[in-house]
Design a protein around this ligand. Structure first.
Ligand SMILES: [Zn+2]
Length: 260
């Protein structure tokens, strides 16, 4: 596929990643995420356009604020880079090779970029603040169901996926009285089910548990189990969901190839 297009898509994804960073921070501190300029979190100096270029500003400034020289968290350029890469992967997964000019794929591509953005948001927010925000994930779920209808996917598989994953976590939450998983995981499960449809939701649930168990084992062996206990399940769920969104068909083909 054309490397120029991929470069543009990476840059676009990195800009979206930068936007997600701002939304995450503003929701965390309770600011409106629509109005107001971005500021340094240390000295509150307003940031100019040249301070807000994804990835490059961080590298150029050596990871420090231009005005107070206090360190900027490396999570900002990491989120920007990862979002950019995921946008390129979504392009490659959505638009068949050699058909980059096919505008008929554009609505589906935009839909997949939206899903990637929500999962990146959920991953980072749960990792940093151990929370899933129903006020974001709920409306996003409604938007996804409407998008499926608009794209002609039908409603049955997304709704069943939402009921399966949302119900699965809701029951665990009620049975364990919130000790196994948080109440927000049911919301994220519902969103994931609506996004992926029920077949791929089952695959994503499986991957999330395998990923969670693997990381927990590694943490236990390396004596870092306290760090492991702080890892929220929503991060595994988000990572598994993006993996299935981008590589689900290949994974399912491989799996059925093993079985039959
Ligand atoms: Zn500063």
């Amino acid at each position: 596929m054309n490397v120029v297009i991929q470069t543009f898509v990476f840059a676009f994804g990195a800009i979206i990643g930068s936007f997600l960073n701002a939304v995450i921070w503003r929701l965390h501190v309770g600011q409106s995420f629509v109005r107001g300029r971005s500021k340094c979190i240390h000295c509150r100096h307003g940031l100019a356009a040249r301070d807000l270029v994804p990835v490059f500003s961080y590298l150029f400034l050596g990871g420090k604020c231009r005005y107070c020289r206090k360190p900027i968290s490396p999570h900002y350029p990491i989120v920007e880079t990862v979002t950019g890469l995921l946008f390129v992967l979504a392009l490659m997964a959505t638009v068949p090779a050699g058909e980059t000019a096919a505008m008929t794929d554009l609505p589906r591509l935009l839909f997949h970029w939206f899903l990637v953005s929500v999962f990146v948001f959920a991953f980072v927010f749960d990792l940093k603040y151990l929370m899933i925000l129903p006020e974001v994930i709920g409306p996003a779920t409604v938007a996804v169901l409407l998008a499926h209808l608009a794209l002609g996917d039908g409603w049955f598989s997304p709704v069943l996926g939402a009921v399966i994953a949302g119900g699965f976590f809701r029951i665990q939450f009620l049975v364990s009285r919130g000790r196994w998983i948080g109440g927000g995981d049911a919301w994220l499960g519902m969103f994931m089910g609506a996004a992926l449809g029920w077949q791929k939701t089952l695959l994503a649930l499986f991957l999330a548990y395998v990923g969670g168990a693997t990381v927990a084992t590694v943490m236990l062996i390396t004596g870092r189990e306290r760090l492991g206990q702080q890892l929220a399940f929503g991060t595994f769920l988000s990572a598994a969901a993006v993996t299935v969104l981008l590589f689900g068909d290949a994974l399912l083909d491989w799996y059925w190839g093993l079985v039959f």
